[in-house]
Design a binder for this molecule. Structure first.
Ligand SMILES: Nc1ncnc2c1ncn2[C@@H]1O[C@H](COP(=O)(O)OP(=O)(O)OP(=O)(O)O)[C@@H](O)[C@H]1O
Ligand SMILES: [Mg+2]
Length: 234
């Protein structure tokens, strides 16, 4: 579904991503692991067109999207949950969800409704009349994911979805992400937390200093102590 090939991305004159290639197949949950500053967010931004790669290719469903504006890429079916939580603090949970509603695209899946969102995130229903700004960090993160789902993305990108979230909520988010997978949702997410990543992903890539240093399936990654020691904090 997503094929990133040999991209190089810069911020001004600083060369940040070097020859980054990765792929996500339909129905997979793929994790991009790396320490602070490894290039995870820059990779996500490169896919979305928020920071355009200078060279290489980003193909979504076989179509080249590198160089296209972010709204264009989003409309093709990629939903992006950035690393900062995007809720409207002065709107209630329900209002936050309602304004995220999109005209349903023909994407082959069951379109998201507020009822379906509440089934996946029961806490959001309990809090539906509460202002976004008064939610806990974990609840805000769920609301951010929920708002992105309302756009019916075929590919969901999440940048460090559990960063700064309490351990119990991390577990809950993990279960919710696995439920999304069961519904057929394709997901690429970035993470520093190896335990969380291995709990939910089918495959993992490890980045360091702007380069992909490792890729492997879940079992291979779990067994590879050397990679974890070298490039991750474990
Ligand atoms: N706007 C920017 N201008 C210049 N350099 C930047 C900019 N944003 C990020 N960088 C640099 O690019 C490199 C990769 O950063 P990036 O944010 O992609 O890493 P990350 O893996 O997401 O890290 P974190 O885990 O801290 O979120 C870092 O060295 C960072 O300092
Ligand atoms: Mg980041």
């Amino acid at each position: 579904m997503l094929e990133v090939s040999r991209i190089h991305t810069y911020y001004g004159t600083s060369h940040i991503l070097f020859d980054v290639s990765l792929a996500v197949n339909q129905g997979e949950i793929v994790c991009l692991l790396g320490r602070n500053g490894a290039g995870k967010t820059t990779t996500m931004r490169s896919i979305m067109g928020l920071t355009r790669p200078k060279s290489g290719s980003v193909k979504f469903k076989g179509e080249e999207v590198r160089g296209q504006p972010p709204y264009h890429i989003a409309r093709k079916g990629i939903g992006y949950v950035p690393d900062n939580r995007l809720v409207f603090p002065d709107l209630t949970v329900l209002e936050n969800l309602e304004i995220a509603k999109k005209v349903p695209r023909n994407f082959g899946g069951e379109p998201w409704t507020i009822e379906r969102i509440y089934r996946l995130f029961p806490i959001l229903q309990e809090r539906q009349n509460q202002y976004g700004g008064t939610l806990s960090g974990g609840e805000q993160q769920m609301l951010t994911v929920a708002r992105t789902l309302m756009g019916n993305p075929e590919l969901l990108l999440m940048d460090e979805p559990v960063e700064g979230v309490a351990p119990l909520v991390v577990k809950e988010l993990g279960r919710q992400i696995l439920k999304l997978k069961q519904m057929g949702q394709t997901i690429l997410f970035s993470e520093q937390n190896v335990a969380f990543a291995t709990m939910i992903s089918d495959r993992a890539y490890v980045m360091d200093r702007g380069r992909i240093r490792y890729q492997g399936n879940r079992e291979e990654f779990i067994e590879n102590e050397e990679i974890k020691k070298k490039f991750l904090m474990v």
